[in-house]
Write a protein that binds this ligand. Structure first.
Ligand code: PHE
Length: 457
């Protein structure tokens, strides 16, 4: 093996800094916006169960593999994969894994920024007391009025993309640590407070039943695919974000413990969001299938009723903006490091260019919510297609390839020394990634493409 590489982009100041940054990437709109909306569309408990299983059995081992590859390669995902493949005597084509990741990050950022823009807009709405004593219908029509206005969506999308680009251009390590140290715990506290509110005023038992009592008749191939995709999306896996953050991690940190902590916190935040939202859904006799607007149609009702709701609501959306911000910078980071390493650009130029690209694609996503809402492909709007291609297909495929490289293409000696695990835990990790991950992801893909039906009938 070669000597230990150092990243030209620097290193985290401590293991805690890495945990904070990785948690910052993982915890975001995926937990608070996407998890509840997919749960509602999929009918509750069965989706939640599959999601939790995917996080534990696929997510954590893949995260360990992704951090391990990143730390060993110490470059952008494309160059990391090229270097490691060369070192292990494998095909240079493994670098395309990095290319797919950059593309996925770019496509996710496009619609992510649109939704983050909604969150920004809601800081001001909540703060101005727009929701005071509003009815459920009133809140829903405020949301639909908002998304049907492309100019407003564009303004907020632009502001968020500029925010993201500025941080990335200054280097993700400055600022990120502080932001995550204070803001993540604050978001957590507000979510717990919201769960407390939902417990007192909402249909809490019904929500518990809905979330944790799997109704297996709701389990379709699509629900399983969505749950698996959501596990990858929420943990930021399969596109190089965690790989690049791993490349700044020091050699002494335990990859396994770190991954478990990050995945645990991410899952906790998602479950809290579910516990805050569904009691209110049932209390107001609303449909859980509210689609991507679900939290924007539910939470403001609570902010309109509770004492000091305007301040509380504004604070909540501010923290959600920060959570989205720390995720969006990790979506852009793989492309920017690649442009810096391979195209000799400075960070400012690299971030600006890639930010503009994602912004343009985002305009397509936001127009598909209004002006272009009738243009559909396979029943999906452009927004829906971007979501489906990235979360349901590209991220699990990226995760599968990362797993394959780590346990089938890399020598046991390399992965063992990089992970530094005890023999049992190493064997378990290797077994999960060698057999369970590919079989699970493979079956889900096959099932969805309908091939399995050939055998069943
Ligand atoms: N995990 C982030 C969230 O839950 C989204 C994300 C996906 C970030 C993939 C980076 C990579 O909001």
């Amino acid at each position: 093996m070669t000597g230990r590489r150092k990243s030209v982009h620097g290193e985290w100041s401590s293991r805690l800094a890495f945990i904070l940054a990785a948690t910052g990437s993982a915890v975001g709109l995926g937990n608070v916006w996407r998890f509840p909306y997919l749960t509602g569309e999929s009918g509750g408990g069965a989706f939640v169960l599959i999601y939790l299983l995917c996080v534990a059995v696929i997510g954590v081992p893949v995260m360990m593999a992704e951090i391990m590859l990143g730390r060993r390669g110490r470059q952008s995902p494309v160059n990391t994969m090229r270097t490691l493949a060369q070192e292990e005597g494998r095909s240079p084509s493994w670098q395309y894994l990095g290319w797919m990741g950059m593309l996925a990050g770019f496509m996710i950022l496009a619609y992510y920024s649109v939704v983050a823009g909604w969150t920004l807009a809601y800081v001001f709405r909540a703060g101005a007391g727009v929701f005071d004593s509003a009815t459920a219908d009133g809140v829903a029509s405020i949301f639909s009025g908002f998304v049907s206005d492309p100019e407003r969506l564009l303004a907020w999308h632009t502001i968020f993309m500029v925010m993201t680009t500025i941080v990335v251009s200054r280097g993700v390590k400055s600022g990120l640590e502080q932001a995550v140290t204070f803001l993540m715990p604050a978001l957590f506290v507000l979510l717990v407070a919201l769960v407390g509110y939902a417990m007192n005023t909402g249909e809490f038992n019904q929500a518990l039943h809905y979330l944790f009592h799997p109704d297996f008749s709701k389990l379709t191939a699509k629900v399983v695919l969505d749950a698996m995709g959501q596990a990858f999306f929420s943990l930021s896996l399969g596109m190089g974000a965690i790989m690049i953050y791993g490349s700044y991690l020091s050699h002494t940190a335990s990859i396994a413990r770190t991954s478990i902590i990050v995945a645990g916190m991410d899952t906790l935040v998602a479950l809290l969001a579910g516990l805050a939202i569904f009691p209110l859904v049932f209390a107001y006799h609303l449909q859980p299938q509210g689609g991507p607007g679900l939290i924007f149609k539910i939470l403001p009702i609570a902010f309109g009723q509770m004492p000091y709701g305007a301040a509380f609501g504004a604070a909540f959306f501010v923290l959600l903006v920060f959570a989205a911000w720390t995720s969006s910078i990790s979506l852009l980071e793989p492309i920017v490091t690649w442009l810096v390493e391979n195209r000799g650009m400075n960070r400012v130029k690299a971030s600006t260019l890639s930010g503009i690209g994602a912004w343009l694609l985002g305009i397509g996503a936001l127009l598909s919510l209004n002006a272009w809402s009738n243009h559909k492909l396979l029943g999906k709007t452009f927004f829906g297609i971007l979501e489906y291609l990235t979360a349901d297909l590209m991220l699990p495929l990226g995760g599968l390839l990362i797993a394959t490289f780590a346990v089938w293409r890399m020598s046991e000696e390399s992965s063992r020394s990089e992970l530094g695990l005890g023999s049992w835990s190493y064997a378990l990790w290797r077994f999960l990634l060698r057999y369970i991950t590919p079989i699970a992801i493979g079956l889900v893909f096959l099932n969805v493409t309908g091939l399995l039906t050939l055998f069943v009938h």
